[in-house]
Write a protein that binds this ligand. Sequence first.
Ligand SMILES: CC(C)(COP(=O)(O)OP(=O)(O)OC[C@H]1O[C@@H](n2cnc3c(N)ncnc32)[C@H](O)[C@@H]1OP(=O)(O)O)[C@@H](O)C(=O)NCCC(=O)NCCS
Length: 303
Amino acid sequence: MSSHTDEIVTLDADGFDEACRQTHPLWHQGLDLAAYKRRLEEAFRRMPGEMRYAGIRSDDGALAASARLLDADLRVGSASVPTCGIAAVFVAKERRGQAWGARLIRSILADAAGRGRRLALLFSDIGIGYYERLGFRPLHAQDWTASTDALPDSGALVTREAAPDDDSLRKLYNDYADRQGLCPHRTAAWWSYFRWWRAARPDLILVDGDREVGYATVRTDEDHLHVFEWVAPTTEPGRVWATLRNEALQKGKRALSGWLQPGRMEKWMDAADRSGAIPMLASTGGPTDELPEPAVFEELDHF
Ligand SMILES: CC(C)(COP(=O)(O)OP(=O)(O)OC[C@H]1O[C@@H](n2cnc3c(N)ncnc32)[C@H](O)[C@@H]1OP(=O)(O)O)[C@@H](O)C(=O)NCCC(=O)NCCS
């Protein structure tokens, strides 16, 4: 294995095309190549300056390995820590098993450290072993499902759709999240980007009498209501769940699902370890053992 650290390059238009052609067969999600490229172009347009496609090339000039990088700040206790997000790690098929993946990750960590980014965050779809060997450690990753029959049914709140430019919800989230151990700090661009990227419906404002007490973000899937997240700091959680139960039933769905946050487990939930999208964190310069728990990554943080 090479001990030398490669220099990652930001892909130009040709490199972007090459990366799209390589990754499309795996990550197309039903889109043809042109539509897949347009979706990624739109993603970069929505996150100018913060997101870029980077890679390393082999001696013959071909793109050997690539990843999408997204700079973000993590809140660690009360401190803001500049972090490099890493997504879509990909090694060209014919070059797998020759350490290109490891070289790419090491180069990204070195590049991030050089830019003052102290942590690196990714969501692994290939278990934890591969990235553990490269210095990452896994964070809490569980899903929950429940039937509407099992959810609380009393004390439901009223909901109404939030305006897309309502910045008070983002502030509510950041206040809530800042009281957790470790979580991303969401900028306005981040807030709107992820709602678009994950096809969430407009946020639902939760209303208790004449008071707005929080919000919930959901998506209606084929057979269930998917709950991305909710924040309602002064409301008893059972009342929020009763509200989400009503939302599901109004949409004709008899089941709900979501990512399970530490501290949000309820006896009526079926919880299971998640096999994909496992958040993993590394220091770009040393061990990460000192990071506080719990780590709270909502599904809308998954890039
Ligand atoms: C995962 C991937 C990036 C690894 O790149 P690579 O250059 O082939 O890997 P390396 O040569 O650095 O490392 C090889 C080691 O990783 C292991 N490995 C490779 N793919 C793996 C996977 N999907 N899951 C777990 N381990 C894997 C190999 O078993 C090998 O282990 P060994 O050293 O004990 O023999 C590459 O297989 C790939 O592009 N896969 C498709 C895209 C993908 O799934 N990306 C990850 C998204 S989170």
